[in-house]
Design a protein around this ligand. Structure first.
Ligand code: COA
Length: 161
């Protein structure tokens, strides 16, 4: 059976932690859709267009991975793209409560969709987009935590501020 999985997030910006999960998912599913949410509530540093572009560049090596932007309900976006699995990462116990609530709500909204969780290797358990941005803003070395395209763009963003 061929299964399409959707991996939603804000990806502001995409990190090596996200990419690790995408690499695992690309082996498990016929197609993986990385769905970049508008998420205005988080006041992202990068615009939706920039985040989609960076994620697209970062996943260009994977033939079965596609990046889209979305501004509607995740379950509606999943249905529009024929996805039957919602993919999320669980880095630590602290992620669990939020993820459990979201998975439950999404199941209520769309019972036909399953949420599946993948865990990262230890070296990525402490990465988050906010931490990366905070370090980059203070000129810290983030080169081992993000793909090169993101490294360049973060450098540009903070240089021109
Ligand atoms: N590696 C590294 N970092 C990871 C990670 C991984 N594997 N998984 C998550 N993170 C980090 C992200 O960088 C992010 O860090 P930040 O908070 O410092 O920016 C954090 O964990 C959580 O972000 P993310 O996974 O992008 O989730 P989110 O909470 O920003 O996004 C949506 C949640 C977009 C999936 C959710 O709001 C949504 O579905 N929105 C659409 C509207 C909708 O359907 N709402 C109802 C949902 S029930």
């Amino acid at each position: 059976m061929s299964i399409i999985a959707i991996y939603p997030g804000t990806f502001d910006p995409i990190t090596n932690g996200h990419l690790d999960l995408i690499a695992r998912a690309a082996k498990l599913f016929e197609k993986v859709i990385v769905a970049v949410a508008v998420n205005a509530g988080k006041a992202p540093l990068f615009s939706l267009q920039e985040r989609v572009h960076l994620a697209g560049e970062a996943v260009s090596a994977y033939e079965n991975v596609k990046v889209i932007g979305f501004d509607n309900l995740l379950v509606d976006c999943a249905r529009q793209h024929g996805a039957s699995v919602i993919l999320r990462g669980l880095r630590a116990v602290s992620d669990f409560e939020y993820e459990f609530q979201m998975a439950g709500m999404n199941r209520n909204l769309a019972p036909e969709l399953e949420t599946i969780f993948l865990t990262p290797p230890e070296k990525y358990t402490f990465i988050s987009s906010s931490v990366i941005k905070a370090i980059a803003e203070l000129n810290g070395d983030i080169s081992s935590f993000v793909p090169d395209c993101v490294f360049q763009q973060l450098f540009q963003k903070f240089k021109t501020r």
